[in-house]
Design a protein around this ligand. Structure first.
Ligand code: FAD
Length: 508
């Protein structure tokens, strides 16, 4: 930025998912005002993973005006109703963290309090998930658009997507370039700064080309070339709470039945993901190098595949945590360059989206941006900490002590903010969620129950109906859910009808 001049030229460095989401959103919302240039290097490439999302992505697509069917066709995508966690609370356990509610609230009382009461009253043998539309649809591999269940107040199917990461970046690139974003190919070698303010004035590419700008967005992935590298913003390391620091990713043949959910299976020193796409399956093993070797981790991954591998496992290293600041001087980092929360709950693409929308809301007109910068950093930091606590819950609340890794996770000390939530739920079934927490009460309830916390009590307001009314209520919910699920198409048929993948190379 030159002096107090207005911000006119935006330079985005990096063309992975973060770079292209940022370019697409800025082009859509500030394209008339800003000149936008994105610099990326095909030689360096992208991280190449990041294929499962959460429902907030639908909002991003709506803002960008992206048609769902065109998007899924282009990215070989599928629908996702939640994540199935296998072997987490204990070996042999299994639960679905769904994107929806379970059952139906009555008045101000959340459904799980009635369900908890029914366990005491009649010894209800049916788990909470028997009252989950999402669970039943997932069991039957069905998917369809459903806003409400029957004519009840029960909410319908909330969903997100799985897609091919490389196809997604290409899709967004076409979108952004079509709306005026200029793409420059090249490797950034040097950064120029203003001698007085310390602001970035230009990046210089290998070969000497100079790209000047007023504001810079660092989307260079784990390298964090501008914010971490040039501006020297430090990193808060959270690996004492989230000890996984490596991953091996490998594609495999497509699943015989395309289930509408991600699977996350706990392993001896980490966990393995399985993401169903139309043309192949995405797999990866996230593990802690402190508790296993790379060779053993590769064996675990390959042994755990449900279909034939289509290549060799590709290694990725990371440190869970975040930058001390997300925006410094005239540079904000978005994506992996700003920090990394491991992919257990598929939150990274959401963080990109939420940071971009926050940055657009607070985008400075001139160099005088200190107040906006402070607000941006405050809100991004709170969001990272809330998601961090939700992830730690999965590791920490376990009965597993069968390996050194699980003994560590079970006995580690956790942030006070999480301890409070665990104690409150265990005592009363209530959720101490922060109002701006990404995860809703329904998510906290499902994961806390799924990991094995049975609340000692329930909300006394759930005593307002008698036992017969309670039994009738629960049975009618089950019947309505079963009827609704029976009316849904098979996931596979829905995809074939509305959004069959464009022909792709299976290993792509
Ligand atoms: C194991 C793993 C699994 C994941 N799974 C999920 C998931 O299921 N869901 C989810 O939401 N997220 C997931 N993520 C996160 C997700 O992959 C990332 O958030 C997303 O891909 C964004 O990455 P990025 O664009 O920040 O970085 P990258 O993809 O690494 O892109 C960096 C860009 O910067 C460019 N670059 C770097 N240095 C230079 C230079 N010197 N000059 C020019 N260009 C340069 C590169 O060429 C590239 O274009 C996962 C991450 C990991 C590690």
């Amino acid at each position: 930025m030159t002096g107090e001049g207005s911000v006119q030229k935006l330079v985005i460095v990096g063309g992975g998912t973060a770079g292209w989401i940022t370019a697409a959103a800025f082009a859509r919302l500030l394209g008339g005002r800003l000149d936008i240039e994105l610099v990326e290097s095909e030689t360096i490439g992208t991280v190449g993973v990041g294929e499962a999302t959460i429902p907030q992505i639908i909002r991003l697509n709506a803002i960008l005006g992206i048609d769902e069917n065109e998007f899924l066709k282009a990215t070989s995508g599928t629908f996702k109703l939640g994540i199935e966690f296998v072997d987490w609370g204990q070996k042999g356990s299994r639960y679905l963290h769904t994107f929806g509610d379970t059952g139906m609230n009555l008045g101000n009382v959340a459904f799980h309090h009635y369900w908890r009461r029914s366990m005491g009253a009649g010894g209800n043998p049916k788990g909470l998930w028997n009252y989950s539309l999402h669970q039943r649809a997932a069991d039957e591999a069905r998917f369809g658009k459903l806003d409400r269940v029957g004519n009840t107040a029960m909410t319908g199917l909330a969903y997100a997507y799985h897609f091919d990461a490389s196809r997604y970046a290409l899709f967004l690139r076409a979108y952004a370039e079509g709306r005026g974003v200029t793409r420059t190919e090249g490797i950034v070698e040097r950064v120029e700064r203003d001698g007085e303010s310390g602001d970035i004035t230009a990046i210089v590419l290998k070969g000497g080309e100079r790209v000047a700008g007023d504001f810079f967005i660092d989307c260079t992935g784990f390298r964090s070339l501008l914010l971490g590298g040039e501006l020297g913003v430090g990193y808060q390391d959270w690996s004492k709470w989230l000890p996984c620091d490596r991953a091996l990713a490998v594609p495999s043949e497509r699943l015989e039945t395309l289930v509408p959910y991600t699977r996350a299976t706990a392993k001896d020193a980490g966990w393995q993901w399985r993401i169903p796409l139309q043309h192949r399956t995405g797999n990866g093993h996230v593990y802690s190098s402190g508790f296993t070797t790379d060779a053993a981790a590769a064996d675990t991954l390959l042994d755990g595949l449900d279909t034939k591998a289509l290549g060799d496992p590709r290694p990725i290293r990371f440190t869970t945590g975040r930058r001390e600041a997300f925006w410094a001087h005239n540079c904000a980092a978005i994506g992996l360059s700003s920090g990394f929360l491991e992919p257990l709950e598929s939150t990274s693409i959401h963080l990109i989206q939420s940071h971009v929308s926050r940055l657009i809301q607070l985008f400075p007109r001139s160099a005088n941006a200190a107040a906006m910068r402070a607000e941006y950093n405050r809100r991004c930091a709170a969001e990272f900490a809330q998601i961090r606590d939700f992830l730690i819950l999965h590791y920490h609340r376990t009965d597993r002590e069968d390996t050194e890794f699980w003994r560590y996770c079970k006995h580690m000390s956790v942030p006070d903010s999480l301890t409070h939530k665990l104690e409150l739920f265990a005592a009363s079934g209530r959720v101490g969620r922060d109002t701006d927490d990404l995860f809703r009460d329904a998510s906290w309830v499902q994961v806390m129950l799924g990991q094995g916390i049975m609340p000692a009590d329930y909300d006394p307001m759930a005593d307002q109906i008698d036992d017969a009314q309670l039994t009738g209520f629960l049975e009618s919910l089950r019947a309505i859910i079963e009827r609704s699920v029976a009316g849904l198409p098979r996931h596979e048929d829905y995809l074939a009808r509305h959004c069959p993948a464009e022909k792709l190379n299976a290993a792509a």
